[in-house]
Design a protein around this ligand. Sequence first.
Ligand code: SIN
Length: 170
Amino acid sequence: MSLWVFGYGSIIWRPNIPYIAAYRATAVGWSRRFWQGSHDHRGTPEAPGRVLTLVPMNGERCEGRVFEIPESEISSTLALLDHREKNGYERQQLRVETAELGIVDALTYIAPEHNEAWLGDASAQMIADHIRVSSGPSGSNTDYVLSLHDALEADDIQDAHIAQIAALLR
Ligand code: SIN
């Protein structure tokens, strides 16, 4: 049995996991938001950056990608992703929709409200101003946003929140 992983942020444009298939997938009732602090990738504990988490929102949909991990690679992939997403994210099972396979039961990493690095909502301008001055061991926070925006555009995926923040940063 393989494992399906749903990515909605950096996992879309830098999966770095040994997948054997990948499809566009939609999480209905969820939206991605820059509401999570980053102490370890796009910021530091003293000056956290802002990265994405999934937030439940009625009427919204989040388009991302699901990746199929072969059984032989599941435990190493989970160890890798647990480490990569360790700053407040938790594993969660989510049912996502694909054109090719219908509903897929996928594992995703969500940073829930009130985790140690949670930042929460702010205006688009405040979020962009925060991202513009942030960077960490994985690079600048602006690159994190623009890499995702480029990947979504390449896939013809519309996301108003991402587009708004990217426009303010460009
Ligand atoms: C994800 O990409 O699915 C999780 C959030 C991130 O690492 O950007």
